[in-house]
Design a protein around this ligand. Structure first.
Ligand code: BGC
Ligand code: BGC
Length: 735
């Protein structure tokens, strides 16, 4: 439709019809015959008005969407097509590793591939927009939703966010064959106090700007069609009603021109936050903040017309919001073809193909982090006397808590992956994932262990029998899929007790143990780290997880991932991250026990068990000294920083060379160091290559004491190495 016709359409719409466009309802609001009265009553919306909905979430499948699209369009006075949205987080049917694992790939192309495949599959299934990527910076391993983020670092997150958006939206203006991306949750949803879900966020404006906003900015610059508000307060004002945040920051400063949608009932929650007395006031606050679409609170449909008619909000606000929504629909060509390319043939051709599965396998292997590998325990030899134990050997729920449309039955278990490499491999389950009788409540299904204590003991005894006398044991352990995700905050971030019991019992009879961990968060693995010879962190690896993990265990693929989030020593360290501010009494490791007057604990270290950026391969790398093209960086120019990297082992390997910068003295306290670049190099045994970066003034900018984004002249350190603790540094000066 031409812009002129679209404007005409807007002019011709009634106020109520316009407000309808601003309402998003979920699948429970419609049956085959039309609106359902129960949800309508709950939302205080006339069921007939459901027909005016501009968008529906949570319906998938070309047939279902086509039916509902027809039903709704028929009832709409101007037959405006509905936007169909859903949470496609790490895959539609072919499930990739969770986003936190993806962050560990440090590979932009992997993030683009995940976005691309999941968008192609879901576009074939009729969807228009996905509520992804979640680009919230995360630093607290207690929070369940860290699995949906790519980690703790603003620079890494920004690169991942941009790559995901590009992958999801494809190459064309109309997102042909792809989806619109809805980045979320604006803003700072990833910083709930104490890691407790939906809790208050307290951040200084400087921290918000410097650490949290960059990834949303990157998503905007990559062209994200939509943005979602967050549930939390910021400076005590809920984001969804926060005019400063949405108007001054998101729209004016960050230049976001797309559709802003509330999170689920977040407009209604302005009432429970205690900042709005009722739906009318909640609707007014959100509309004034500039929230274009109301996800499932009903406040807009119930109250916006009245507010406009009484002159309590200018009708302009409504027109602007509806215009943005119509522009998105038009951009995607929905007025010409409300079903786009969706349909049974497209689904059959594009969903869960061999090609997609192959990509999932490749990406999964790129995300598994090898933390420890004493005596080259891994890779395994196919002829070796090794046995395989643990509940995650046979577990199919390895898709991550947000893969609603993926089918665990289609997932390849680790056991299946191993059997392809070693057909005579012997297995024992050892125990269930959860403790006997334990249930974890989920959204669509629960996770539970029906095993009794005596049965559990028997299973452990069976595993011990198998482990005894064997050359090696590989144990697959982890937390349940449902112990992370939304509502998945935990205070104790260890594996379930029954698995600890299994681990201890096996270690008693065999000291040659490797552990492969399945988790949605960095767990406290102190005990495992002490006793196991090798640790591979497999996260929630998705549909091809078992194949990818087996590829690594047997050395057909070389591990290369790096931690995108510090792996804490224990929960009490949280939030722990490498880019901390220097204190007046700084100590890096906190291990000086005699001096109590330092910023440290008396009983645990300052450093995480494994730092951000850390991860091993099957070979060794030597990184040479940092060579600078000049010790002085002249404002407006750049200097070259390089190192030589050599593969000193006897296998090929990919190393991720990371560049960090420290600002030695500035008008504000600055992080001890910050990631400003990374490059991956593949080297054959004995091969040596130079890796270089250009340091520019841009990399040195921060929000100074007057809140200006500038670099300050003076001394800096550049560090180049293989993790965030590297000591390989050189000085330079900005003049
Ligand atoms: C989550 C969002 C999600 C939405 C729709 C909310 O509970 O916070 O991330 O997109 O539900 O499912
Ligand atoms: C403490 C102060 C104290 C001062 C003088 C400092 O280390 O923080 O509370 O008054 O020493 O003893």
């Amino acid at each position: 439709m031409t812009e002129e016709s679209l404007k005409e359409l807007l002019r011709d719409m009634s106020l109520k019809e316009k407000v309808g466009q601003m309402m998003q309802l979920d699948s429970s609001c419609f049956s085959n015959e039309g609106p359902v009265t129960g949800p309508a009553a709950e939302l205080s919306v006339d069921p007939e008005d459901f027909n005016l909905a501009g968008s529906i979430l949570g319906v998938v499948g070309a047939e279902a969407i086509e039916k509902l699209q027809k039903l709704c369009m028929e009832k709409q006075p101007h037959h405006i097509p509905v936007l169909f949205m859903a949470d496609i987080i790490n895959g539609y049917r072919t499930i990739f590793p969770i986003p936190l694992a993806l962050g560990c790939s440090f590979e932009d192309e992997a993030a683009r591939t995940v976005g691309d495949v999941m968008a192609r599959e879901s576009a074939a299934a009729g969807l228009h927009v996905t509520f992804a990527p979640m680009v919230d910076l995360v630093r607290d391993a207690r929070w369940g939703r860290i699995m949906e983020s790519t980690g703790e670092d603003p620079y890494l997150n920004s690169r991942m966010a941009a790559a995901m958006v590009r992958g999801i939206q494809g190459e064309t203006e109309s997102y042909e064959g792809h989806l619109g991306a809805c980045a979320k949750h604006f803003a700072a949803y990833g910083a709930p106090a104490a890691g407790r879900e939906y809790n208050t966020v307290e951040l200084s404006e400087r921290t918000l700007r410097e650490d949290y906003l960059p990834a949303y900015q990157a998503a905007i610059e990559a062209g994200a069609a939509m943005m979602m508000t967050s549930f939390n307060t910021l400076d005590r004002i809920p984001a969804t009603g926060n005019k400063w945040l949405m108007q001054d920051i998101l729209r004016a400063e960050m230049g976001f021109e797309g559709v802003l949608i509330s999170d689920w009932n977040a407009i209604g929650e302005l009432i429970t936050h205690g900042v709005a007395e009722g739906k009318k006031e909640a609707a007014r606050q959100a509309a004034e903040a500039g929230v274009d679409m109301d996800m499932m609170s009903g406040c807009y449909m119930a109250k916006l017309c009245g507010l406009a008619e009484e002159g309590l909000i200018p009708e302009d606000i409504i027109d602007t919001a509806v215009w943005r929504i119509l522009v998105l629909k038009n951009r995607m060509g929905l007025f010409e073809n409300p079903f786009r390319e969706a349909g049974k043939p497209a689904e059959q051709e594009r969903v869960m193909t061999k090609e997609n599965r192959d990509k999932a396998r490749e990406v999964a292997a790129q995300t598994m982090v090898l933390l420890k590998n004493e005596e080259n325990f891994l890779p395994l030899d196919r002829e070796e006397d090794v046995v395989f134990i643990g509940p995650y050997m046979e577990e199919k729920n390895i898709l991550g808590a947000w893969s609603f449309f993926g089918n665990p039955e289609e997932a390849v278990t680790l056991k299946e992956g191993i059997l392809k490499k070693k057909p005579d491999a012997q297995f024992a389950r050892g125990c269930e994932v959860l403790n006997p009788g334990q249930t974890v409540y989920g959204f669509r299904f629960n996770a539970e262990s029906l095993c009794s204590e005596p049965e559990a003991d028997e299973m452990i005894a069976g595993a011990v029998k198998l482990a005894k006398g064997k050359h090696k044991v590989v144990l697959a352990l982890g937390e349940s899929n449902l112990q992370t995700g939304e509502g998945g905050s935990r205070g104790d971030i260890t594996i379930p007790d029954i698995q600890k019991k299994l681990f201890r019992a096996v270690c008693e009879v065999n000291e040659n143990v490797a552990v492969i961990l399945f988790a949605g968060r960095p767990l406290d693995i102190r005990e495992i780290n002490e006793k196991a010879k090798s640790i591979l962190y497999a996260w929630m690896p998705g549909t091809e997880g078992g194949n990818a993990a087996a590829d690594i265990l047997f050395g057909d693929t070389v591990p290369q991932a790096k931690l995108a989030m510090s792996l804490p020593y224990c929960a009490a360290q949280a939030p722990v991250h490498y880019a901390q501010l220097r204190t007046g009494r700084h100590t890096r490791d906190g291990e000086d026990i005699k001096n109590r007057f330092l910023s440290k604990y008396q009983d645990i270290p300052n450093l995480p068990l494994y730092p951000f950026g850390y991860g091993m391969g099957y070979t060794d790398f030597a990184v040479g000294e940092v060579i600078l093209s000049s010790g002085q960086l002249v404002s407006g120019e750049g200097i070259r920083a390089s190192v030589t990297v050599e593969n000193t082992g006897d296998r090929e390997g990919t190393e991720t060379i990371q560049l960090y910068i420290t600002d030695e003295c500035a008008s504000c306290a600055r992080p001890v160091r910050e990631l400003k670049g990374y490059k991956r190099v593949l080297l054959m045994p004995g091969e040596k290559r130079e890796v270089s970066f250009t340091i520019t003034e841009d990399m040195l900018r921060f929000y100074n004491k007057d809140m200006e984004y500038q670099a300050e002249k003076g001394k800096f350190m550049v560090w180049i190495g293989t993790d965030s603790l590297t000591e390989n540094g050189e000085k330079f000066e900005l003049v």
